[in-house]
Each structure stands twice: as C-alpha cells, then as structure tokens.
Write a protein that binds this ligand. Structure first.
Ligand SMILES: *Cc1c(COP(=O)(O)O)cnc(C)c1O
Length: 369
C-alpha cells in the first residue's frame, strides 16, 4: 500500500483516479452555428409553460432555504402516483439518488451489478465507495436476467437496471422484472431506473411501482429531466421501503431540491397535456426513424425510449465515429457511445419532424458518399 501520509502532495484514495469522468452529450460542434442537440435525450419540446411560469414566480423566494424534505414536491408526487409520502426520496437529478444508494449500501470490496451497456452514473458512484462494478453480458443489446443473476455473490449489495435502458433503448417486460426480483437474495437492492418509463407504451411493460409497493428491496427511480423537460433543474425522485428511505435520507444533503425546481416540477406534474404531447411526438417518429434508417442498411435497435441506437459498419469512412462527425458538420449533434462498450453505434435523440428528416437525409448522404 502506498503511504499517502508521506506523499509530497494529497493523494486521492485508491480507485478515484481509475474512474473515467462522466461524458455529457456534446452541445457544440466546431464551425457550426446553432446546432440541433440530439445528444442528451432532452425534451425537444422544451418544458411545460406552467412549469416555466412557476419557475419565474419562484424568483420572489430566492432568499429562503427550501423545506428540507422537499415537502411541496413530496405531497404532489404522493398524490399523483398514489404513493406513501414517507417512502419517497428526492435527489439533485436521479443521479444523486444512485450516488446515495451506493453510499448507503457499498463498503469497500462489496459489489454492484449492471448490464454490459449500463448507464455510466451508477458505476461512478459505486467506484467512489471503493465498490466493485460487475457487468453482466446483454443479449441483443437487452438486459439478460439470467446473466445478471449469475453475477450475484455474497458481496453483492445492489443491481441497477434502467428500464427502458440507456443507451440501448431496450426494455425487459414485467414478467422478467418479477423473475429477477424473485430470484434475488432478500438482501440485494434492485434499483429500477425509470428515467424513460413514460415513453414505453408497450402493454407488456410496467414501471415497477406496483411491484415495489410490497417489496423490501426494490427502489424505483424517476426523473423530471426527460418527459417533463426539466433537465436543467435537476429533480429526481424515488420510491423505496420506509426503513431504506429513512437510512438513505441520513446522508442526503439537507436542501438538495431548490425552491424554483420544486415549484416547476409540481406545475409540470399538473400539465398532462405537455407530457402527452411529448410521448405522442416520440410515438409518431420512433417507428419512422427506425424504418427509414434501417432502409439505409444500418442496424437500428428497437427502442422504447425517446432516442434510437444505430449500428454502423466497421468499414473505414463508414464507422460510427465518421457518422458522428459527418452529422455534426450538418449541425446535428448525436452521441457516440464507445464508452458504453458500443464503439460501432450512435445514439440519436428523437427530434421534431424537421430534425428527424434532416437526420435521415444526412445518414443517406453519409452512406452513399
Ligand atoms: C437521463 C437519465 C437519467 C436521469 O438523470 P437525472 O440525473 O435525473 O437527470 C437516469 N437514468 C438514465 C439511464 C438516464 O438516461
């Protein structure tokens, strides 16, 4: 072991410098004025007018600390979803909730499990706790329940499953989720990340809230960043057993959801029309994009979210990296996902009609060059 005390300057604890920094979707491209950002799965419709009005009105309260337990928002979520208020926990984005769960359950040497192409934020938090991250192989870019279960050992504390998943867009149905839960030791926390739940309209899908209601080891997380278009305000929420919520709450920062964010989130919850329009846009263009891009000879992974994952050939000039650069030169920012073990794929957020048509036209030109 290195002697950190004798070092000539402060040395981070083991593991910290092995963590790859989180890479956000690109917001700019060289030489491109006003690009269309299709790289971060944001809501292309913006956000609810009601939310924006509530946010502006909150300017009168900037001198005040928020209620420590996000009381305004807690009441609104409990009512809208029919959930017990004491079982809710809020985070600065669902990202903070993942972090808090890792901190609550992982000791150095414990492990958490996620899919091979699982969301990066889970692993960053686990490694910061000196936890070990295990990756279970996926089949056809989809979570494989048996592969997850195979990784479980006596040091396993958490399993993270985004359903639908990012960056693949795939999902596992309610029966598979139930089977995963039933096969897990009672001590292992199953985290079901429903960041894209609203966009999955498949009848076989469930968001996990009803399964979580009677389970002692399920956490469901949700976010205002996607369907509600409030990514800038950083509001996530989660539903978990009462004792777990009470434990995790001990290490949460006291005022983690600010007042303007809470008020905008509550207003958003009351704007069903905006949410419905957001889902309708995705439902209209997701099949069209899938069909058109497949028609160009590219692989499109069937998506249940507000983006599509496109596979490119490995041939020089035709790779995902080439395509990302080509689309960026046309003002279309997409997301390379090599850091998710998918070097041959690009993730593209579903946009407005003109954006989607521009993506297909751009890819057609790219493929025929
Ligand atoms: C976007 C996203 C989230 C939401 O993160 P926030 O911190 O709530 O903005 C959570 N999980 C996945 C898989 C995502 O893609």
């Amino acid at each position: 072991m290195t002697d950190r005390f004798a070092a000539p300057r402060p040395v981070p604890k083991p593991g910290i410098l092995d963590i790859a920094p989180y890479k956000p979707g690109k917001a700019a491209a060289e030489g491109v004025v006003d690009p269309v950002k299709l790289s971060a799965n944001e809501n292309i419709l913006g956000s609810s007018e009601k939310a924006r009005a509530a946010y502006a009105e909150a300017a009168g309260q900037l001198n005040l600390y928020p209620a420590g337990r996000a009381d305004i928002l807690r009441g609104a979520i409990a009512e809208k979803y029919g959930l017990e208020p004491e079982r809710l926990l809020f985070g600065c984005g669902s990202d903070e909730i993942f972090q808090l769960l890792n901190q609550t359950f992982l000791e150095p040497g414990d492990n958490m499990i996620q899919g091979a192409h699982g969301f990066a934020a889970y692993a960053i938090g686990a490694r910061a706790c000196q936890g070990i991250v295990k990756y279970a192989p996926e089949k056809d870019y989809r979570i494989d329940v048996d592969a997850l279960l195979e990784q479980v050992d006596e040091r396993t504390r958490l399993i993270f499953v985004a359903n639908p998943a990012n960056p693949t867009g795939t999902f596992i149905d309610a029966d598979e989720v139930r089977r995963l839960h039933e096969s897990l030791p009672a001590s292992v926390v199953l985290v079901l990340d429903g960041a894209y739940a609203e966009f999955n309209t498949d009848p076989g899908y469930e968001d996990g809230l009803s399964l979580a209601r009677n389970a002692e080891n399920i956490v469901v997380t949700r976010t205002f960043s996607k369907i509600h278009g409030l990514a800038a305000l950083r509001v996530g929420w989660s539903y978990m057993p009462t004792e777990m919520a009470a434990a995790v709450d001990r290490i949460r920062l006291p005022f983690n959801i600010n007042i303007p964010a809470q008020l905008a989130a509550v207003a958003s919850l009351h704007d069903d029309d905006f949410a419905a329009r957001s889902v309708a846009l995705v439902e209209q263009w997701r099949p069209w994009l899938t069909q058109q891009i497949s028609g160009l000879g590219l692989d499109v992974v069937p998506s249940a979210a507000n983006f599509v994952l496109v596979g490119f050939p490995a041939a020089p000039g035709k790779t995902a990296v080439d395509a990302e650069a080509f689309l960026a030169s046309k003002g279309l920012l997409t997301r390379g996902v090599g850091n998710y073990g998918l070097p041959d794929h690009l993730r593209i957020t579903i946009g407005l009609e003109q954006h989607n048509r521009a993506v297909v036209d751009g890819l057609a030109e790219f493929m025929s060059r």
